[in-house]
Design a binder for this molecule. Structure first.
Ligand SMILES: [Zn+2]
Length: 267
């Protein structure tokens, strides 16, 4: 007599299960990351192909991407701006001069001239870079560093008189548009194409990013950067910055800095 009594209970349980399934609400699609609208708006300032490969690169890596941006921006902000957009369309004011310039003569570095200065805020990274090169048997020669607006003005005038204004603007910056005015850009070695194949040039190309230094004007990117390839010119953009540049922006500093300027303004 016990067995039939169990039967209705089993059926009731089945019905509950079935009803439960039928009444369960449809699974909602995962919520869009709240950082994406600003991301898309900033990315839309980049060339379409670059924006779309950037979006693919961050897909599934959103936390790492936005975490690196936060880290880079925090370091930059604390130091008074390592990630400022300076290019042919975005000049610095003539009066802009970093307040923490120090002479490279006071540091254990090899300099090509005695009047070189950089921002104190990047000297720890500079020394780390120099030490790592030395440990690998490579000597880095610091050939040009901070340049004032006035100095850049005279340099551009000299280049213009020698090669004409149009050619001069491919190889040198007009006053206000040089990264050197930031005090965070360095020219190494011979300051010409022969640097690329030297031991120092090869070492920098392979390792500079590990210390937060980025090649500003890569080969074949003149349409993007406005300048011919400068294998000797590096700018400090923080370590998270070089990680972003390498892993998400195809190794192109200009795209990263342009993106950051737009993203910063949208937040
Ligand atoms: Zn330079």
């Amino acid at each position: 007599m016990k067995r039939p009594a169990l039967f209705p209970a089993f059926i009731i349980a089945l019905l509950f299960t079935a009803c439960g399934n039928r009444s369960r609400p449809p699974v909602a699609p995962p919520a869009e990351d709240s950082r994406m609208p600003a991301f898309r708006a900033a990315a839309s300032r980049l060339p379409p192909a670059t924006a779309s490969s950037l979006e693919s690169a961050i897909h599934g890596n959103e936390d790492r991407f936005f975490g690196l941006i936060e880290a880079a921006e925090a370091e930059s902000l604390a130091a008074g701006g390592f990630l400022v957009l300076v290019d042919k369309n975005n000049p610095l004011p003539a009066s802009f001069e970093p307040s923490d310039l120090v002479s490279l003569n006071d540091y254990p570095l090899s300099v090509s001239r005695k009047d070189l200065r950089l921002r104190k805020a990047i000297m720890a990274a500079v020394l780390e870079l120099n030490e790592a090169a030395k440990n690998d048997g490579v000597s880095l020669w610091f050939s040009s560093a901070y340049r004032s607006y006035a100095y850049q003005e005279s340099l551009f005038a000299r280049n213009s008189s020698q090669m004409g204004e149009s050619e001069a603007s491919r190889v040198s910056a007009r006053a206000g548009t040089s990264q050197h005015q930031l005090g965070t850009a360095i020219d190494f070695g011979s300051i010409d194409d022969s640097f690329a194949s030297t031991k120092a040039g090869l070492w920098m190309a392979a390792n500079a990013h590990r210390f937060g230094f980025s090649l500003s004007f890569p080969q074949g990117m003149e349409e993007v950067t406005g300048y011919v390839w400068e294998s000797w010119h590096y700018r400090y953009i923080t370590k998270p910055g070089t990680e972003l540049e390498k892993d998400f922006f195809g190794g192109v500093q200009q795209y990263l800095i342009e993106f950051l300027a737009a993203y910063r303004a949208l937040r």
